[in-house]
Write a protein that binds this ligand. Structure first.
Ligand code: UD1
Ligand code: UDP
Length: 389
């Protein structure tokens, strides 16, 4: 059975890595969990390992925070010797964070095959660091594991080989469905003095929303108006903590620490509306059938708008207020996209262990290990991609 490294680094990775690790191990694969250390606060990290029952990482790179180049470079520098030592057959990376791209780049040059979970999502907004990470990670991946048909279509339009593209569904929803009963049993509403349907939930962490005090002040103005009709709870991401403290928040908005996974699902599930700039929260609200208003001009997850409960409101305060009022007056009907069914991780494991001619891609041959399969030599590979970039 193959040896597989799964990479996690930050909050939105943990709920994606868990079901994939489990599905691979159930099928007999040897899995090593590598944690880059991009997120490290107990409330951004440890709580998810505890809540989701993820075993302690097999390797911890401890890279911490820094500029994009510093963080990406530190992950690459630490991951390269690890790959050499562990010599896995396959590396699996998740999502669109800096750790994802860093480990993808190292893997692509080192030899093991590379799988990207959440491939093909595109905001087409190059001011988002995540868009760079998405496109570049897909470009060097062998297995492109797409969560939705739009993502698979994006990959086709970019010229990837059909045998690389696997429409597997949304692995985040596997974890959501597996933990929904526990979330329903959470006492977080009592702890915060909230009632079901009696509040709105807010998350803000995109650089475009929280790094510029002028933009953040506009968002807070809108949130203050909304809070006049519907009290708001805002679990504060560390990126936004300083600026929120500097600016102060209008009455009716309650700032709380980042929530653990089960509590946060409970908070989403009982909210009358969720206002967010998070990628994962757009998906979870759709799966839960809870109205979501996204405080961005675009989304890499259009399926949550077209087949879910998400509405894009942009960042203009007046538009945000009128959008939220519209959603509260007439909530969208709950609906869930196909393949967001709790079985995406099984499909991923089946592709990675048993399927897919993406395995035919030749790799550098200057290292020992199981990728040296004579049957792979001379088979179609990276060079037969017709890529228009
Ligand atoms: C990162 C991801 C983003 C993802 C988000 C999820 C990139 C480029 N961005 O953004 O795609 O949506 O995580 O939450 O990879 N900090 C702490 N404690 C921590 C972690 C961070 O205080 O445990 C603070 C530090 O001041 C740090 C800042 O938050 O400089 C930003 O952290 P970073 O991981 O660079 O980016 P995020 O904004 O968290
Ligand atoms: N989340 C959480 N507590 C919070 C905010 C978010 O558990 O206070 C969870 C949320 O349910 C989802 C994931 O974190 O599973 C999304 O991560 P985040 O918004 O940080 O990143 P993004 O998805 O935008 O990359």
């Amino acid at each position: 059975m193959p040896r597989i490294i799964c990479v996690a680094g930050a909050r939105p990775n943990y709920m994606k890595v868990k079901p994939v690790m489990d599905a691979l191990e159930r099928r007999g694969a040897e899995v090593l969990l590598v944690h880059t250390g991009q997120h490290y606060d107990p409330a951004m990290n440890d709580v998810f390992f505890a809540d989701l029952g993820i075993r302690p990482p097999d390797r911890f790179l401890g890279v911490g925070s820094g500029s994009h180049a510093e963080q990406t470079g530190r992950v690459m520098t630490a991951f390269e010797p690890l790959l050499d030592e562990v010599s896995p057959d396959l590396v699996v990376v998740f999502g669109d964070i800096n750790s994802t791209l860093a480990c993808a780049l190292v893997t692509a040059k080192a030899g093991p095959l590379l799988a990207h979970v959440e491939a093909g999502l595109r905001s087409r907004d190059w001011s988002m660091p995540e868009e760079v990470n998405r496109v570049a990670t897909d470009r060097v991946s062998d297995y492109l594991l797409a969560p939705s048909p739009d993502a698979a279509e994006n990959l086709r339009a970019e010229g990837y080989r059909e045998d690389q593209i696997h429409l597997v569904g949304n692995v985040m929803i596997d974890t959501l469905l597996a933990n929904l009963e526990r979330a329903r049993a959470s006492d977080v509403l009592d702890r915060f003095g909230l009632t079901r349907g009696g509040y709105g939930l807010v998350t803000l962490h995109r650089p475009a929303n929280v790094d510029d005090p002028g933009v953040l002040a506009g968002l807070l103005k809108a949130l203050g108006e909304i809070a006049g009709r519907c009290p708001l709870v805002l679990p504060v991401h560390p990126r936004a903590a300083g600026r929120l403290a500097e600016l102060g928040v209008p009455g009716g908005i309650r700032l709380v620490p980042p929530a653990g996974y089960v509590d946060f699902i409970a908070l989403q599930n009982a909210a009358s509306v969720v206002l967010t700039d998070s990628g994962g929260v757009q998906e979870e609200t759709t799966a839960l059938g809870v109205p979501c208003v996204t405080l961005r001009d675009n989304t890499e997850r259009p399926i949550t708008v077209e087949e879910g409960t998400n509405v894009l409101a942009g960042r203009d305060p007046a538009r945000i207020v009128s959008t939220v009022n519209g959603v509260l007056d007439g909530p969208p009907a709950p609906r869930r996209p196909e393949l967001w069914d709790g079985r995406a991780s099984d499909r991923i494991a089946d592709v990675l262990l048993h399927g897919g001619s993406a395995r035919t891609r030749p790799r550098p041959t200057d290292r020992p290990g199981p990728v040296h399969r004579p049957d792979l030599i001379g088979r179609p590979g990276r060079t037969d991609r017709t890529f228009p970039l």
